[in-house]
Ligand binder design. Structure first.
Ligand SMILES: Cc1ncc(COP(=O)(O)O)c(C=O)c1O
Length: 400
């Protein structure tokens, strides 16, 4: 048998590859994770917990596999999970949705966002995005063919200028993407802000696509409000969420999109052909988890509050100026006191010489220069990890 030669570089060079795929760079966050492994650094870059998932969700997944729930689930999601999602949304946000016609279970919030955008965007459509933004939203816009219109969240409280937001809405606006609680800033959008956004969306006949994956990580008496719970927004909102962060199972890849029936039927079409469906036994486990008692969510929030306070103290002690987050599990910092030329140089120094990985702020901005003196740290970590990070970071001033 003769083996086929590997395609030569010249063949690959002569085939024109996707312009869309070529226009986005590799995820900086995942690159930092690789560098963290290479240098044996503590990974405070990527947002995944290093502590165990709740025993009850793991047992539910084990039972589901033992019970042979091992074949394709219904493409838009196992009924048990869709019912649990609808019950929880009604319980926590007072929004009632029909699990048969308004929910699509996807492969994580990531796929829910991509499928949702692909379901609603046409050539020439614009989406309004607050920046700094979660880095996936840029490629999501490109993949779906939407033109992003960026509106700045201003330091230090990450508020937006209402006139700037007003100006970003125009005849081509199809949707605004919200992320509350917000990655990377920790901003939790207030009722007043959401009502202002509602008025703009109604005026422009635009949709709200809201990513609420950090809904249970809210601090200092803050409150997470789903845009769908704002009067007048339910019928123009796609709500995205996932098991990933709330139940510490980022590798399970189960998320969902909640939307009015006509929009859901389009999301389901995209989702079906993109992925067929999310892992069937893990959907069953999700159905059990979404029915955890209020105690679970209260404890989760308390534990994250303690981690946030610990991480703030560690970073301030090490010389960072911190933007105190009101939600989610990241701290954005101002690194200008360290005197490095930019965030990427500083992040490389941190990972290779100090042994701590963080995310360069530039990856959250459309114009990298805007984040060149910022760095983001994740604090979804055990006390042992945070203590070791603290020990390492204490060497920072001496090495800078
Ligand atoms: C705002 C936001 N949305 C979505 C995701 C990814 O969600 P999933 O793992 O469910 O795809 C992340 C992960 O960091 C995130 O920060």
């Amino acid at each position: 048998m003769t083996s086929r030669p590997a395609p030569s570089a010249s063949v690959a060079d002569s085939i024109s590859l996707s312009v869309k795929a070529g226009s986005f760079t590799e995820s900086v966050i995942r690159e930092m994770t690789r560098l963290a492994i290479a240098h044996g650094a503590i990974n405070l870059a990527q947002g995944f917990p290093d502590f165990p998932a709740p025993a009850a969700i793991k047992e539910a997944a084990q039972h589901a596999i033992a019970a042979d729930i091992n074949q394709y689930a219904i493409t838009w999601g196992a009924r048990s999970l869709r019912e649990a999602i609808a019950e929880k949304f009604a319980r926590t946000q007072g929004v009632s949705v029909d699990p048969e016609r308004e929910i699509t279970v996807c492969c994580g919030a990531t796929e829910a966002m991509t499928s949702s955008l692909m379901a609603v965007i046409n050539p020439g459509d614009e989406v309004v995005l607050f920046e700094p933004f979660y880095e996936n939203y840029g490629p999501d816009a490109i993949l779906s063919g939407a033109r992003p219109r960026f509106v700045r969240l201003h330091q230090t409280d990450w508020s937006f200028d209402r006139d700037e937001l007003f100006a970003a809405f125009g005849p081509a606006t199809k949707a605004i993407i919200l992320n509350t609680p917000n990655n990377p800033t920790g901003k939790v959008f207030s009722r007043g802000e959401l009502e202002f956004i509602r008025d703009l969306c109604v005026r422009a006949n635009a949709l709200v696509i809201t990513d609420e994956i950090y809904e249970h990580m809210v601090y200092d008496d803050g409150q997470h409000i789903s845009p769908a719970a704002i009067e007048g927004l339910r019928d123009r909102t796609i709500t995205i969420n996932a098991l990933s962060k709330t139940y510490s199972v980022t590798g399970w890849r189960v998320g969902w999109a909640i939307a009015p029936p006509a929009i859901t039927s389009f999301i389901r079409r995209v989702h079906d052909f993109l992925t067929v469906g999310a892992a069937a036994p893990l959907q069953e486990a999700g159905a059990a988890a979404l029915r955890f008692s209020e105690d679970y969510y209260r404890t989760l929030a308390e534990e994250y509050l303690a981690r946030r306070n610990r991480m703030l103290a560690i970073l301030e002690q090490a010389g960072f100026r911190c933007f105190k987050p009101s939600g989610a599990y990241y701290i954005m910092t101002d690194i200008s006191d360290f005197g490095f030329p930019d965030d990427v140089t500083f992040a490389r120094h941190l990972v290779s010489k100090i042994g701590v990985a963080a995310v360069p702020g530039s990856s959250f901005y459309s114009n990298p220069a805007d984040g060149a003196q910022q760095l983001r740290f994740a604090f979804c970590k055990t006390e042992a990890t945070l203590a070791e990070a603290s020990r390492r970071l204490s060497r920072l001033r001496a090495s800078a």
